[in-house]
Design a protein. Structure first.
Length: 441
């Protein structure tokens, strides 16, 4: 498939060697007569056809759901076709992400229609965020992401990362497919509405002696439209000419390479080393929320293929001080670590570690080392919209980490990390906590 298909050059085999077919002279008193034989047949192996250069054309060879058609699918298809710019937009975005997703779907033996699901979920936009706080290409909810083991913190959100989100979304879909006895329509409905809701709808129909297939269930309005939209899009991709649609080509080749960073690095610095625009680096690494990667990790970054050698050479040559650039800041009267961290788009814990501060006490006139990487234009998350927003929360009587985490839909570990707390400590009424919440509420 795709770049994994290797087209063998010259697939014809050589004729088998017949040692009796040639005249030979043996040592001794007599020469052996030449033996005439019929030439051996040449065995040939048909070469596989070269994969299409256009990814849409490759997909057409594998799509099978386009023959599912009913009024719901027809209405969904008409809505897609009624938006002239829609196909242009999804093709443009797909050029960075779709080839990778197709490869992952194919490697698992899943229906190729699943690779089109991010077009329905997010119009292939890793920065997309729903009113319900689902995020990324696959529109993963915060609780679902935590349940599936995705990392989500102040520095990084795995729901927006191409590789991490694709892995857990496909894991989840495979599990749902198994839970619903191999029925992909029901698995997709459960991905959208929740496994429990679909299960309850099936139980109601079963109790009434009614069919329990997707098309027969009473489901939320959005879910009733969800599967028909995917099938409608499949039919357009499978046969655009039939619907007078035009899909701009998407290269059937990898769009990126994976680069080791070796430690924390400013994203603007990484873009400089790779010789690419920060906007492109950001588009390939949408899970990175801040001006730099996390200080306690050495994450991989996705880069354009032709930028990898330059980046590897550059990152090997720089020392630690050049990975994150610092400035000196004089503490002003009324400053606090929380306030300074918010102003400079960093974490209280990082300021404490770099400046060897214990506790929260700082004095006006003292100097702090502050990372200046955000100065180029603020955090990447803020450029993209939907960035985590700072929320100051004053602890109330009866509060606990568990209660606050549930109220704001964050994890206890995040609250502990954001505020450098002892996980076992009691919260005091009036204590100030800093929370980083989804940007749209």
């Amino acid at each position: 498939m795709l770049c994994a298909l290797v087209i063998a050059a010259g697939c014809q085999t050589q004729p088998p060697v017949d040692t009796d077919a040639a005249a030979t002279v043996q040592p001794g008193p007599k020469a052996v007569n030449k033996v005439a034989r019929k030439p051996a047949a040449i065995a040939t192996i048909d070469q596989p056809p070269a994969p299409p250069a256009d990814l849409w054309a490759y997909l057409r060879l594998q799509l099978t759901w386009q023959d599912i058609d009913n009024d719901q699918v027809a209405r969904a298809r008409e809505r897609f076709l009624g938006q002239p710019t829609y196909l242009d937009v999804i093709a443009q975005r797909s050029s960075l992400y779709l080839h990778y997703i197709v490869g992952e779907v194919e490697a698992r033996g899943m229906p190729m229609e699943i690779a089109l699901l991010p077009l329905v979920e997010s119009t292939m936009d890793p920065f997309a965020r729903s009113p319900e706080h689902a995020v990324g290409l696959w529109q993963i909810m915060p609780a679902t992401g935590r349940h599936l083991g995705l990392t989500s913190n102040w520095w990084y959100d795995g729901r927006r990362d191409l590789r991490d989100s694709t892995r857990v979304a496909l894991d989840y879909l495979e599990a749902l497919h198994q839970d619903f006895d191999g029925d992909w329509m029901l698995a997709l409905a459960a991905y959208n509405a929740g496994k429990g809701r679909v299960g309850r709808a099936m139980a109601r129909n079963r109790a009434r002696g009614q069919p329990t297939d997707y098309w027969s269930l009473k489901l939320p309005r959005e879910t009733r439209k969800y599967v028909p939209r995917l099938i409608a899009l499949t039919s357009i991709v499978a046969n655009p000419g039939r619907y007078d649609a035009s899909l701009p080509p998407v290269p059937n080749s990898p769009a990126f390479a994976i680069a080791a960073t070796g430690g924390q690095i400013e994203l603007a610095r990484a873009a400089e080393l790779a010789g690419v625009e920060v906007s492109l680096l950001r588009a390939l690494n949408p899970g990175q929320l801040r001006w730099a990667t996390a200080p306690d990790q050495a994450p991989e970054l996705l880069l354009p293929l032709d930028a990898l050698p330059r980046f590897e050479e550059g990152v090997a040559a720089i020392d630690g001080e050049d990975r994150v650039r610092w400035r000196h800041y004089t503490i002003q009267r009324g400053d606090s670590l929380n306030r300074i961290a918010r102003r400079f788009d960093t974490e209280v814990g990082m300021l404490r570690e770099v400046n060897k501060i214990r506790g929260s006490l700082i004095r006006a006139g003292d100097t702090l080392l502050i990372p200046q990487g955000n100065a180029w234009s603020g955090s990447l998350a803020m450029q993209g919209g939907g960035a985590p927003q700072t929320h100051d929360y004053r602890v109330r009587r009866g509060d606990s980490l568990y209660r606050i985490a549930g109220r704001f839909n964050v994890s206890i570990a995040d609250i502990v990390s954001w505020n450098s707390l002892d996980p076992g400590a009691y919260l005091q009424p009036g204590q100030q906590l800093t929370l980083y919440l989804d940007g749209d509420g």
